[in-house]
Structures are given as structure tokens and as C-alpha cells.
Design a protein around this ligand. Structure first.
Ligand code: ADP
Ligand code: MG
Length: 270
């Protein structure tokens, strides 16, 4: 998967000397936001829920987005695959503006996993097949055993009704379904916060191993700094729509460099 990552020279992202000299370094950037913002309206007027965020995500790495409730973490994540549109700034996927991709095509490459897994009524098989309709032709009766096994479910689950699954099992099916799209980036919004601690840990491990084995970039929104520490990778701290700090997870969450960062780890921001 990583082999196919290249920076395309578009008018939005022209090649420069650095690109030419070090293409392998530059080609590691898979997703980039430049001064991205979103203004949303409510009964009290308009507010900037995401405020001028510029950041580059490398292919195959793990990113945590942490911050207090209402910081804009979910709002920022939803801009990355056009579930919501940025009202300011630009977002590039593989060097091309995300607005130049068809939204459905983009969401295959940049798939979203939600806190409460959404499955259609019907069997697990129907859920997996539905995902592929119009995306990738699966033969009738396709054997999904290996895929189910990969997310820790026995093959018998294929005929179970989605309503009969626990939240943890549903989250595994949701992960399996998104893997069928062969995404390059997984966006995960609080993927374990609806689960009991032991299931949460199993799903965490699954996300880590999928990222490593498939070279997936995982961007995980969490209100839980302990989860971010277990995921390691890089951490972005958001407060009031802004990106306050970013860097290696242990640095950001153990030795923050800003007053707001310090307040966050001391649990003074709620
Ligand atoms: N569509 C919307 N219209 C108005 N305000 C919104 C909308 N979506 C989110 N918000 C507000 O934006 C802020 C950030 O929300 P959110 O991204 O859900 O935060 P987080 O995920 O960090 O808890 C909150 O104050 C929320 O009420
Ligand atoms: Mg949220």
C-alpha cells in the first residue's frame, strides 16, 4: 500500500526543489491541513468550532487527537473525509485537494469508525456485502472467514443478525467492513468509549496491529489521555477549536510546553 504513495504535483501543491531532492521524505505525507477551520451557526450566532489548524499526517503512523469535551476534536475529524466541509483553509490527500475527489471515493480511502458502531439491520454477511456494492465486486457466497478472524470474530458470526451483537462485536464488524474498502487512513472517533474496559483494550490492540500490518494511518479522537499513551505515536492537543500542542505522545502528555497543555494534563480543563 505504501508503495503507491506519491506526491502528485498539482497546481495546488507544486513541486519544489526539496520535493525533487528528497521525494521519499516528502511522499510520507499522506494528509495535510492548511489553516483549516469550520464556522458553525447556532441560535447564539456563529462560532469557530475548528480554528486554523495546519498539520501534516505521515503515512502509516498513529495519531491521537485529545482535548477537553467540546474542543472540536470530532468536528476536525469530520472535515478530513468531507463528512463536513471546511469553511476555511485547505486539506490535501496525497497532494491533491480533497474537494477534487468524489466524496464516496474519498471515504473509501479515508474511512470513519464511530463511537457507536452503525450496522444495517440484517446479517453480518449482508453488512459486509452491502459495503462492497458499488465499490468492489464480491462473488456471491464470498467467504469472509479470514476477515472475521482478523478482527477476532469466529466464522459463525457471518450469519448472525446485527441486532444480536454486543457493542464490541458490532465495532469489530464495523472495522471489518471498513477494511473491505482497503482504506489508507482510518479516522476513529472515540472508538472504544462505548465499550467495557476489557473489550476496549481488545479493540485498541486491533487498531494498533491493523495499522502496523497494513501500513494504515490511524487518526484517533479520544477524550482519554491514557488511551493515547497506550497508542503511542503522535498526539495533537486541541482546546477551543485550536491545535495547542503536537508532538510525540509521551512528550505532549507528560511534559506539555504550554500553559493550556499543562492545565489539560492537570485535569483543569473540562
Ligand atoms: N453543527 C454544529 N453547529 C453548532 N455548533 C456545533 C456543531 N457541531 C459541533 N458544535 C459545537 O462545536 C464544539 C465542538 O464540538 P465537538 O467537535 O463535538 O467537540 P469534541 O469532539 O472535542 O467534544 C462544541 O461546542 C459543539 O457544541
Ligand atoms: Mg467528540
Amino acid at each position: 500500500m505504501l508503495d503507491s504513495l506519491t506526491v502528485s504535483s498539482t497546481s495546488e501543491n507544486p513541486p519544489n526543489n526539496v520535493c525533487n531532492l528528497f521525494p521519499s521524505i516528502i511522499s510520507m505525507i499522506i494528509l495535510e491541513t492548511r489553516k483549516v477551520g469550520r464556522i458553525a451557526g447556532n441560535s447564539h450566532g456563529k462560532i469557530k468550532i475548528v480554528d486554523s489548524i495546519s498539520y501534516s499526517f505521515d503515512a502509516g503512523s498513529i495519531y491521537n487527537i485529545v482535548g477537553p469535551s467540546g474542543a472540536g476534536k470530532t468536528s476536525f475529524l469530520r472535515l478530513l473525509n468531507r463528512l463536513d466541509e471546511a469553511t476555511e483553509g485547505e486539506i490535501f490527500f496525497r497532494g491533491k485537494l480533497i474537494s477534487s475527489y468524489q466524496p464516496t471515493e474519498l471515504r473509501k480511502k479515508i474511512a470513519m469508525i464511530f463511537q457507536i458502531p452503525f450496522l444495517f439491520p440484517g446479517s453480518v454477511r449482508e453488512n459486509l456485502e452491502y459495503c462492497c456494492k458499488g465499490h468492489r465486486k464480491q462473488k456471491d457466497g464470498h467467504d469472509y472467514s479470514a476477515l472475521l478472524e482478523r478482527v477476532g470474530l469466529k466464522r459463525e458470526f457471518i450469519n448472525k443478525n446485527s441486532n444480536d451483537l454486543s457493542v464490541g462485536e458490532k465495532q469489530r464488524v464495523a472495522l471489518a467492513r471498513s477494511l473491505l474498502l482497503e482504506p489508507e487512513i482510518l479516522l476513529l472517533d472515540e472508538p472504544t468509549s462505548a465499550l467495557d474496559p476489557s473489550m476496549a483494550q481488545i479493540i485498541e490492540q486491533l487498531i494498533l496491529s491493523l495499522s502496523q500490518e497494513l501500513g494504515l494511518t490511524a487518526i484517533i479522537v479520544t477524550h482519554n489521555p491514557e488511551l493515547a499513551k497506550r497508542m503511542e505515536g503522535q498526539t495533537l492537543l486541541m482546546v477551543a477549536g485550536k491545535l495547542i500542542e503536537h508532538g510525540a505522545t509521551d512528550k505532549v502528555l507528560n511534559t506539555p510546553q504550554t500553559e493550556l497543555g499543562l492545565k489539560y494534563i492537570n485535569k483543569e480543563l473540562v
